[in-house]
Design a protein around this ligand. Structure first.
Ligand SMILES: Cc1cc2nc3c(=O)[nH]c(=O)nc-3n(C[C@H](O)[C@H](O)[C@H](O)COP(=O)(O)O)c2cc1C
Length: 317
């Protein structure tokens, strides 16, 4: 697995499901990741957990992200995932700030436990037959009490193949600005590839992330919402080409295709519920956006959504 000069779709719980990953791959994401998958859930054979860990041929290269806090269960989870979905790599979540995950000592909670982190990395690498194991970290539990370089070094020593860094503390949640200089510090500490993440909102940010941090690859989460073209635009910008222009018509037709793919994959009940947030994202910058948003929010059936999509396309004519 090559982690150099790649534009990566970040894991996003409730967002980075197979249809989203496919769309992002089509619009230029070099690598995609599943949302986080519970090692406990795999251990207890939870059907829903296995569903999250499924990967599909069209989306490779794809990583499956695991979370947990028990080295033995995470080691087992690597073996289970290798035989269940054989992804191109397996990633450890060491950044999630939410209480449900942190309360069980997973996600960013591991940033307070270097010894446990080392045990988990070792167990995962040992258990893997051939799949590279990577980690994704925040920079620390508390702001300015950074542990990212220490954790990157531990990860490298344990045989981890690459490290993604979101340079916020757990305490920051998603507020404030990401401390990109921490990505630079990690890059200067380890020899494994470093993937820079956090606050890449525009194509210019993507270039700046490379220039300012020296990172090997970049990873985007929120800027891709309703905006999968950003991957292609970033690649064009980095190559010195003029980035493609995305019209409102392109947005409307991609929104329709997204809905159709979602319907096909999950059926109407889930599509009509889960697609609403995507439509809100696609509608950013639309004239009469508020009215259209209301139409999507009150839609209940396939025909309601179809009418709302027709209205969205009409606005573009
Ligand atoms: C809705 C949402 C869900 C997320 N879920 C995960 C997750 O499952 N695993 C993970 O490592 N990070 C998760 N993240 C964090 C992102 O991967 C990323 O690190 C963070 O959003 C910063 O990148 P950005 O500024 O490009 O959004 C999530 C972020 C958001 C907004």
């Amino acid at each position: 697995m090559d982690f150099h000069n790649k534009t990566v779709l970040a894991p996003m719980a409730g967002v980075s499901e197979p249809v989203y990953r496919q769309l992002c791959r089509e619009w230029g994401a070099d690598i995609v990741l599943t949302e986080m998958v519970s090692a406990e859930g795999l251990h207890y054979n939870s059907e829903r957990t296995f569903e999250l860990a499924k990967v599909y041929p069209g989306e490779r290269p794809v990583g499956v992200q695991l979370f947990g806090s028990d080295p033995q269960k995470l080691g087992e989870a690597v073996a289970i995932i290798e035989s269940f979905s054989a992804p191109d790599y397996i990633d450890l979540n060491c950044g999630c700030p939410v209480k449900k995950v942190v309360g069980k000592n997973g996600g960013s909670s591991l940033l307070r436990e270097p010894k446990l982190f080392a045990e988990i990395c070792t167990a995962m690498v040992k258990s893997s037959k051939q799949t590279p194991v990577t980690v994704k970290i925040r920079s620390g539990w508390f702001t300015h009490e950074w542990v990212d370089t220490e954790f990157a070094k531990i990860a490298e020593d344990c045989g981890i193949a690459a490290i993604a860094v979101h340079p916020r503390s757990r305490a920051m949640g998603y507020t404030g600005n990401a401390f990109w200089e921490r990505i630079k510090a990690v890059k200067e500490t380890v020899n494994i590839p470093v993937i820079g993440n956090g606050d890449i909102l525009t194509i210019e940010d993507a270039k700046r992330m490379y220039d300012e941090t020296g990172c090997d690859s970049i990873m985007l989460a929120r800027a891709t919402n309703g905006n999968p073209w950003i991957f292609r635009q970033i690649q064009q910008h980095l190559a010195g080409e003029t980035p493609m222009i995305v019209t409102l018509g392109d947005k409307a037709s991609t929104a329709r295709r997204h809905y159709e793919l979602f319907l096909n994959h999950y059926g109407p009940a889930k599509a009509n519920k889960d697609m609403k947030k995507h439509f809100m994202w696609y509608l950013k910058g639309f004239p009469d956006g508020a009215e259209l948003k209301q139409q999507f929010l009150s839609a209940e059936s396939e025909s309601d959504f179809s009418r709302a999509l027709d209205a969205m396309i009409e606005v573009c004519d």
